[in-house]
Ligand binder design. Structure first.
Ligand code: AMP
Length: 292
């Protein structure tokens, strides 16, 4: 992948990149189209499909995360991707080669008992919400995204607003570590009833799927509440928590009202405030967010 990317660089081709975990849906494909718009007809659009183990907690759904590579490849081709990069775990997290000092790559000798041991940790934006609920999640995300950036060497990378905190953290990492990559955040694509498309929607049974729309309805209710006037965040939060409890299959994990850039909680909810929530429907955990 890196060799190919270097060739593109030498030929002055722009490279657009969409990292995913596969089981693609129209939300992912909208990111591919956004990447294409950014790099033009002569540019290269790369989609990566990699279910990254380091961003899953020990009790999470890594082993049963849905996969369908043949279908994904067809969808990527139809959406206009040039390359689909599908590395294996052994390629992404190999044992060390060469001496422990690391300057002996030519020898390509595996260091005995070595394991992958270098991670990237964003310390500020990763603390709340998904970071609090999933303690090692963002360490896995920033590490794999940094690795993928080094492999794909993109000019532009596109992330979904659906994962608002993730996009903010990737932007911060890119800035803090001087990656020469422009980060684009593309809008959330939703089903007809408003449920944000997600590979994890596949886990829902019919009754859970019907009630999953509570996440979107919560966003709409919050927007309506602040349309004319600002209100104390605590009051709005209490109202929304009660509203979510009205869906018997839904169990709230967290709901936060925060500044969309700094991700710090607000005391007053108003237009422009960001709302994010995580809700369980049975064992399936769904997230959504939006600006009020
Ligand atoms: P995932 O495969 O879940 O890791 O997602 C890969 C990328 O697609 C991330 O940047 C997500 O934010 C984005 N994404 C996921 N769902 C949607 C959606 N419904 N609309 C737009 N982008 C999405």
């Amino acid at each position: 992948m890196q060799r190919l990317a270097r060739q593109w660089q030498r030929r002055h081709r722009r490279v657009g990149f969409v990292p995913t975990m596969g089981y693609l849906h129209a939300g992912h494909l909208s990111l591919v189209q956004a990447a294409r718009r950014r790099v033009g007809k002569t540019g290269q659009v790369v989609v990566s499909i990699y279910v990254n183990p380091t961003q899953f907690g020990p009790q999470e759904d890594l082993s049963r995360y849905p996969r369908d590579l043949a279908r994904d490849l067809k969808l990527c081709r139809a959406a206009g991707a040039n390359v689909v990069f599908t590395p294996s775990d052994a390629e992404m997290y190999p044992p060390a080669v060469g001496s422990a000092c690391g300057d002996d790559r030519t020898a390509e000798r595996t260091v005995p008992n070595s394991r992958f041991s270098t991670y990237i940790v964003e310390e500020q934006l990763s603390q709340a919400m998904e970071g609090a609920a999933r303690p090692t999640h963002f360490r896995g995300v920033t590490t794999v995204v940094a690795k993928l950036f080094h492999l794909v060497l993109p000019d532009v990378a596109v992330f979904g607003a659906k994962d608002w905190q993730q996009a903010a953290i990737v932007k911060r990492m890119t800035w803090d570590l001087n990656f020469p990559v422009k980060i684009i955040v593309a809008p959330t694509v939703r089903a007809a009833d408003g449920l944000a498309l997600s590979s994890r929607n596949k886990y829902l049974n019919a009754a859970q799927r019907t009630q999953a729309v509570i996440l979107h309805h919560t966003l709409q209710r919050a927007r309506a509440a602040v349309r004319r006037k600002s209100i104390p965040a605590a009051r709005l939060k209490a109202d929304l928590e009660k509203f979510i409890a009205s869906a018997p299959l839904a169990r709230l994990d967290y709901l936060e009202l925060f500044d969309p850039d700094t991700l710090t909680p607000v005391l007053t909810a108003k237009r422009g405030t960001q709302l994010a929530l995580a809700v369980y429907l049975g064992p399936t955990r769904l997230i959504d967010n939006g600006q009020l």
